[in-house]
Design a protein around this ligand. Structure first.
Ligand code: SF4
Ligand code: SF4
Length: 464
C-alpha cells in the first residue's frame, strides 16, 4: 500500500531564532483559555533543555517506543514515568498593567508585577517557554541537555565560546505515532490521505496518555475543555494548497513543505531497525515518485494524481531521500518523525591558515568538518541516533555545494571544471542548481497539492 505524507524540512543554518513562527501559530490556534502554555510550534536554543524542560529525556518522561525481543512496545508501558507538569512547562503569566495607571504617587516609577493567567495573583516567575533563549542561564541548563552523551565534558563548560543554534519544533506527524497507539479512546488518528495526525475532540476524554507517549511532548492538555490538543499542520490551509502559518510567516525562509510517497507495509520494519540504521531504513521506505511501478501502486492505493505530481517536485523528497542532507529529529524514539532538519554547519566555513589568511585550498576545507564548532557527535545524537556518518555526509554535501559555487564565482572556473567537487560527494551539477534555488534563493518552498475530498481512501491497517 502506497501512502502520501505531508512533511516539512527545516534548514537550521537559516533559523535566526526570531520566534515569529511560534507567535503566528499561537495567534491562530492556541490563543484561548486552557491553552495559554501550549506552543504547538516552539523554538529552542541548543545546547539547552528545550520545552517542556528536558523533553528529550525519555528515562524521565517515558515517550516513544522501545524495542524488546524484536517487538515494539510503548515505553510508558515499561515503567513509571513523569507526566510533565506546571514546573516543566511554566505558569503562564501576564503583567498587572493596570498598576501603571493606578499606583499611588511616589518617588518610584510605577511598575507592573507579573500575575498568573490562571489565578490573577502576583507570582514569582521562575521559568518560561524560552528562559534559556540564546544560552541564557546556560550554566544551569546546558549540562542537562542529553545530547552531550559521548562528548568530552570539557567542551560544554566552554559552551559560550563554542557554538549555539536554534531548533524550531512542531509535531512531526510521525509514520509510527506513539501518541496514537497510546490513546485508549482511539481519539488520535492519522489522516489516510495526507498523514496529518489529529485528535478527535468529540472522542477525547483527556486521559493524557498521548501527552506521555509523545516523545517530543507535542500534545498539550487543555485544562479548560479537559481534552488534549496538538499541532494540526494547519490542515484547513493545506487543503486549499496553502502552507502552514509557521512556514508562511517564517522570517528566515527555513521551512519547506511537500508530499512524499511511502510504503506503508514497511513502516514497522523501519521502526524496528537497529539504531545505527534507523535513518537509512526510514529513507528506504520513502518511494521514488518517478518510478512507474511506484506510480502504478500509488494509483491503485487511491493516491490522487495531483499528489503524485507534487511528490515529484517535493523539496522533502530531494532533501531527505535523494540528497540525504535532511535528517529526522531523534529517530531513536522510533516514531518515524516526518519533519526533517538540515543540520547546521555553524559557522560558515572560513578556513584561516596560520597567518590568519583565508585558505582557498579545497583539501583544507572538507576535512575541517570534524573541526567545526558544533561537535559532529552532538548533531549525531540529535539527528541520527548517534550515527555520525549520516551527519558527516549531509554536512560534506552542503560544503561541496558552497565550494562548487565558490570555485565558479571567486576563482572564475567553468561549471565543468568545478564539477569534480560535486562528483566526489555524489552530487551532480543539476543537483547543485536545484539546491541553490531552494536553499539559497528560497524559491518554490511549498509544493502542496489541494485536497481531493471526493476520493475514498481506505483507512490505515490496524496495529499501529
Ligand atoms: S510528534 Fe508526538 S504528537 Fe506528533 S505524531 Fe509524533 S508522537 Fe504524535
Ligand atoms: S520564524 Fe523561521 S527564522 Fe524565525 S524562529 Fe521561526 S523558524 Fe526560525
Amino acid at each position: 500500500m502506497v501512502r502520501a505524507q505531508l512533511s516539512m524540512v527545516m534548514v537550521l543554518d537559516k533559523c535566526i531564532g526570531c520566534h515569529t513562527c511560534s507567535l503566528t501559530c499561537k495567534n491562530v490556534w492556541t490563543n484561548r483559555e486552557g491553552q495559554e502554555y501550549a506552543w504547538w510550534n516552539n523554538v529552542e536554543t541548543r545546547p539547552g533543555v528545550g520545552y517542556p524542560k528536558t523533553w528529550e529525556n525519555q528515562e524521565k518522561y517515558g515517550g516513544g517506543w522501545v524495542l524488546r525481543n524484536g517487538k515494539l512496545r510503548l515505553r510508558l508501558e515499561t515503567g513509571r514515568f513523569k507526566t510533565p507538569g506546571r514546573e516543566d512547562y511554566y505558569e503562564p503569566f501576564t503583567y498587572n498593567y493596570e498598576n501603571l495607571f493606578s499606583e499611588e504617587l511616589s518617588d518610584q516609577q510605577p511598575h507592573a508585577d507579573p500575575i498568573s493567567m490562571y489565578s490573577g495573583e502576583k507570582i514569582d516567575v521562575q521559568w518560561g517557554p524560552n528562559f534559556d533563549d540564546d544560552l541564557a542561564g546556560g550554566d544551569l541548563t546546558i549540562p542537562a541537555d542529553p545530547n552531550w552523551s559521548g562528548i568530552d565534558k570539557a567542551i560544554y563548560k566552554e559552551f559560550k565560546n563554542v557554538f549555539m543554534f536554534y531548533l524550531p519544533r512542531i509535531c512531526n506527524h510521525c509514520l509510527n505515532p506513539s501518541c496514537l497507539a497510546a490513546c485508549p479512546r482511539k481519539s488520535v488518528y492519522k489522516r489516510p490521505e495526507d498523514g496529518i495526525v489529529l485528535i478527535d475532540q468529540t472522542r477525547c476524554r483527556g486521559y493524557r496518555q498521548c501527552v506521555q507517549a509523545c516523545p517530543y511532548k507535542k500534545v498539550y492538555y487543555n485544562w479548560k475543555t479537559g481534552k488534549s490538543e496538538k499541532c494540526i499542520f494547519c490542515f484547513p490551509r493545506i487543503e486549499t494548497g496553502q502552507p502552514p502559518v509557521c512556514a508562511l510567516t517564517c522570517v528566515g525562509k527555513i521551512r519547506y513543505v511537500g508530499v512524499v510517497l511511502y510504503d506503508e507495509e514497511r513502516v514497522l520494519e523501519a521502526a524496528k531497525a537497529p539504531e545505527d540504521q534507523l535513518v537509512a531504513l526510514q529513507r528506504d521506505i520513502i518511494l521514488d515518485p518517478f518510478d512507474p511501478q511506484v506510480v502504478k501502486a500509488a494509483r491503485e492505493s487511491g493516491v490522487p494524481d495531483n499528489f503524485i505530481e507534487a511528490a515529484r517536485k517535493s523539496p522533502i523528497y530531494y532533501m531527505f531521500k535523494k540528497w540525504e542532507i535532511a535528517l529526522p529529529l531523534h529517530p531513536e524514539f522510533r516514531t518515524l518523525p516526518m519533519v526533517f532538519y538540515v543540520p547546521p554547519l555553524n559557522p560558515v566555513v572560513t578556513v584561516l591558515d596560520r597567518n590568519g589568511k583565508y585558505s582557498a585550498d579545497y583539501d583544507s576545507i572538507l576535512p575541517t568538518i570534524d573541526k567545526l564548532r558544533i561537535p559532529i557527535r552532538y548533531l549525531a545524537n540529535m539527528f541520527a541516533a548517534g550515527n555520525e556518518e549520516e551527519v558527516r555526509k549531509a554536512l560534506k554535501r552542503l560544503l561541496a555545494i558552497r565550494e562548487f559555487f565558490r570555485q565558479i564565482e571567486v576563482e572564475g572556473k567553468s561549471r565543468s571544471e568545478a564539477a569534480w567537487v560535486l562528483e566526489e560527494n555524489g552530487l551532480t551539477v543539476e543537483d547543485a542548481d536545484m539546491m541553490f534555488r531552494w536553499l539559497a534563493l528560497s524559491r518554490d518552498r511549498y509544493v502542496i497539492p489541494t485536497a481531493k475530498k471526493e476520493l475514498r481512501i481506505r483507512l490505515p491497517s490496524k496495529g499501529r
